[in-house]
Design a protein around this ligand. Structure first.
Ligand code: PLP
Length: 375
């Protein structure tokens, strides 16, 4: 089946009770045993361990990422935490990109520092930089491509070759591209991480995360244990919402990416803009890699440098009407964010950088709004 078909059908099963076409919501926390006291025929025991809505969601996630198995967590950060807990040991070393999600740096710098875990931030626009940073105790490489917020592009296949040769686990945070555009497991990654809060949910109304693995092994068991025994699980309703939203993922991504491309091209010509970061532009430093790696389009995220400084950037954000100034991304409504303001003590975005998450509104209305705010 093609991606679009799987997005609709994967994880669905026949509803024996009422024949409902959309999956029922199973709020029950516990499931009845059979007459002999054994686990019931459907295999469910207790919702922390598994639940029909979570199982349906995990089936869809695994199929869309071409993975062997998926684990749904309560947030993207919980999914990242699960990977760190399952892959790292005290004294391990991690390689992350120098432009990765600020929460990831926070985890390593604070929480995992207590395990004596160390990390190196690497410019992954050149795969060789990753190889140079590998140490004897390196256990994990974490790629984010496009990166957040500067949309740097990493050649996943090239890094996967290095990771395989040096026997290091390779994880990709695929939140921004989604499997519509990049399928990292097919390119050689071992794990994919998502914040489902973003494009999978798509409507800014559900928090979630997941890890998808390429193959079942001991690491999968540890990820599953962290989920079920650690209890970092999404609620049945959150799973139901995500399952429902993912059916329209490819339609939303297509609309958002097409508009992002038009907006990136428009803004590149605008005198009020100093620079546009978007992998679809031929001016992007890794446009060739992006074209080879990203299927069909380049995603719905871009960043811009507003001419001037922090004050001009914040003024621009406040003058927009359709674009809301709020954190997060991937929803049907367009958002802008002044990244420096939210990055906390690891802040390093340029003061005039505004990140744009393009929604599904008509692109003409979005461009008018941007133009009036820049004027
Ligand atoms: C939002 C985000 C996260 C964190 O996910 P939450 O669901 O907010 O916990 C991690 N990585 C990327 C790339 C993100 O955009």
């Amino acid at each position: 089946m093609k991606f679009e078909t799987k997005a609709v059908h994967a994880g669905n099963s026949k509803d024996e009770t009422a024949g409902s076409v959309s999956i029922p919501l199973y709020l029950s926390t516990t499931f009845e045993r059979d007459d002999a006291g054994a686990i019931g025929p459907k295999g469910f025991v207790y919702t922390r361990l598994n639940n029909p809505n979570r199982m349906a969601l995990e089936t869809k996630l695994a199929e869309l990422e071409n993975g062997a198995e998926a684990m749904a967590y309560s947030s993207g950060m919980a999914a990242t935490l699960a990977v760190f807990q399952s892959v790292l040991k005290p004294g391990s070393h991690v390689i992350i990109s120098d432009d990765c999600y600020h929460g990831v740096v926070h985890l390593l710098k604070n929480t995992f520092a207590r395990w004596n875990v160390t990390y190196t931030e690497v410019d992954m626009t050149l795969a060789q930089n990753v190889e140079v940073a590998i140490q004897e105790n390196t256990k994990l490489i974490l790629i984010e491509s496009p990166s957040n917020p500067q949309l740097k592009i990493t050649d996943i296949e090239a890094v996967a070759e290095i990771a395989k040769k040096r026997k290091v686990i390779l994880a990709c945070d695929n939140t921004w591209a989604t499997p519509c555009i990049i399928q990292p497991l097919t390119l050689g990654a071992d794990l994919v991480i998502h914040s489902s809060t973003k494009y999978f949910g798509g409507h800014s109304d559900v928090l979630g995360g997941c890890v998808v693995v390429k193959e079942q092994n001991e690491l999968t068991d540890r990820l599953r244990e962290f989920q079920t025994i650690g209890g970092v699980v999404p609620s049945p309703f959150d799973c139901w919402l995500l399952f429902r939203s993912m059916a329209t993922l490819s339609l939303r991504m297509k609309a958002q990416s097409e508009s992002a491309m038009v907006i990136a091209a428009e803004l590149s010509k605008h005198p009020g803009i100093e620079k546009v970061f978007y992998p679809g532009l031929t001016s992007h430093h890794n446009h060739e890699v992006a074209t080879r790696q990203m299927r069909g389009n380049f995603g719905g995220m871009l960043s811009v440098l507003i001419k001037g400084g922090e004050k001009e950037a914040l003024n621009f954000a406040s003058r927009l009407h359709l674009f809301k100034h709020a954190t997060s991304l991937g929803g049907v409504e367009s958002l802008v964010e002044h990244r420096l303001s939210v990055e906390g003590d690891n802040a390093k975005s340029p003061p005039n950088l505004i990140r744009i998450s393009v929604g599904i509104e008509h692109v003409d209305d979005l461009i008018s709004d941007l133009n009036q705010a820049l004027a």
